[in-house]
Design a binder for this molecule. Structure first.
Ligand SMILES: Cc1cc2nc3c(=O)[nH]c(=O)nc-3n(C[C@H](O)[C@H](O)[C@H](O)COP(=O)(O)OP(=O)(O)OC[C@H]3O[C@@H](n4cnc5c(N)ncnc54)[C@H](O)[C@@H]3O)c2cc1C
Length: 405
């Protein structure tokens, strides 16, 4: 796609991190034409990572999650439409239809619609509380505000989000119990070996994590929930389901775009001649001929927005290598992930040990470093970044050992 001119009209669908950062970036890199951002939620663009951490722990007021204030939106000359859900797109013409029936004619469309929390229900419970949006966080916070210290809160799902929420519940003096279906959490993204090293994190924070658990039903009683398991039951004053994400792309069927558990885009984030997709929803074909990859990482969404804003506004591409980065604050520790590690990669621990509760491991495939994962070793991880950026040979990385110098 070529750079934009004065007569263009950019319509950004989705007013989350990627959508807002794109709109802001277009102005930063000099585009002065029309920009309309449509967001389904009623709120100003906001940041999600603090929801499961500072907000749920009761350390932050909600206002702090805002990515921008009303005044700044006006100063930037961006038409931000809140509570406006897009319900149809014609990729060829660039026409976006909103829920109220109005239509926007765009010369460029950017789809930054993210993902939703996967709904979770049991025979007796109906849909249980999930955590993706600000409204979800408010509902949970209000529920927690009515609880006494020492009361039990059940978290279904021990992945990144469930672990973070449990940590925040504990910080409020509540007693979280995390129920995980797998034998250990995080095997999917990190592989058996590294997930094994993380197996004692919850215990180290005095948080109960039950693995290999099958939830049969969740039954509401007066002010409490009974969670029935295959072998027993437990009572909780609140239940949070943190069982992954779900894509809501039915409205794009027939739009002319390729959909494959995400919106398929090329390395430049193009889905069609005048349509791009970015952030959590984008399945980016990184290697021609291979299936693309979709990453639900804050930094990846921010990097996509910056790269697309530069490309569309005609600014020079960033000199920084866009190495994917992810972090999670859980059980009092920080897990960080750099690069494109796969669960079946070779893993070599180069710093620390699981018993010390601090380590850095390199992931490698066919002798080439694919990524690095660290537990509470932020400095060592950053020192290893150049190796991951460069796709260094594992042997050279071990000889060089920049994390140890
Ligand atoms: C609680 C929580 C904690 C997290 N913690 C971390 C973390 O510690 N580290 C990390 O790397 N990542 C974390 N993430 C992930 C990170 O927040 C996401 O990667 C990031 O928000 C992706 O940005 P996005 O703009 O693609 O999607 P989103 O932020 O989801 O924004 C998409 C927006 O589009 C709107 N939308 C959807 N459909 C439509 C439509 N049809 N029309 C109009 N608008 C629409 C949605 O309402 C939403 O507001 C966390 C996520 C959550 C939920």
């Amino acid at each position: 796609m070529d750079g934009l001119g004065h007569d263009d009209h950019v319509v950004v669908v989705g007013a989350g991190l990627a959508g807002w950062r794109l709109a802001e970036g277009l102005r930063r890199y000099g585009y002065v034409g029309r920009v309309t951002v449509v967001g389904a939620e009623p709120h100003l663009p906001y940041d999600r990572p603090p929801l499961s951490k500072q907000v749920l722990a009761g350390r932050w007021e909600l206002e702090r999650v805002a990515l921008v204030g009303e005044d700044r939106v006006g100063e930037l000359g961006i038409d931000l439409r809140r509570g406006a859900r897009a319900v149809a797109l014609d990729a060829a013409s660039g026409e976006v239809t909103l829920e109220d029936g109005s239509r926007l004619r765009a010369t460029r469309v950017a789809l930054a619609v993210g993902v939703e929390a996967r709904a979770y229900s049991t025979p007796s419970s109906g849909a249980l509380a999930t955590l993706r949006s600000l409204d979800d966080a408010v509902a949970l916070r209000d529920r927690l505000a009515g609880l006494e210290g020492g009361e039990t809160v059940v978290v279904v799902g021990g992945g990144f989000l469930g672990a973070e929420a449990a940590t925040s519940f504990a910080a409020r003096g509540l007693v979280p119990v995390v129920l995980e279906a797998a034998k250990r959490p995080l095997v999917g993204p990190l592989g058996e070996e590294v997930a094994g090293w993380l197996g004692n994190l919850a215990a180290g924070a005095s948080i109960e994590l039950r693995t290999g658990v099958v939830v049969r039903d969740v039954v509401a009683g007066p002010g409490t929930w009974r969670v029935e398991l295959e072998d027993g039951s437990l009572e909780g004053r609140a239940v949070l389901a943190a069982v992954g994400s779900h894509l809501d792309l039915g409205w794009l069927e027939g739009s002319g775009l390729a959909l494959d558990d995400g919106i398929v885009v090329d390395a430049a984030l193009c889905a069609a001649p005048r349509v791009a997709a970015l952030g959590d929803v984008a399945r980016v074909v990184e290697v021609e001929g291979e299936r693309g990859v979709r990453r639900e990482h804050w930094q990846v969404a921010a990097d996509h927005a910056d790269a697309l804003a530069r490309a569309w506004a005609g600014a020079a591409p960033s000199a920084l290598a866009a190495t994917p980065y992810f972090w999670s604050d859980q059980y009092g520790q920080k897990i960080q992930l750099l690069g494109r590690p796969r669960p079946d990669d070779e893993v070599v621990r180069v710093v620390g040990s699981p018993t010390a509760g601090r380590w850095l491991a390199l992931y490698a495939r066919a002798g080439v470093v694919t990524g690095a994962v660290a537990l509470s070793q932020p400095r060592a991880l950053m020192l290893a970044k150049s190796l991951v950026d460069a796709g260094a040979r594992l042997d050279d990385a071990l000889a060089d050992a920049p994390w140890g110098r």
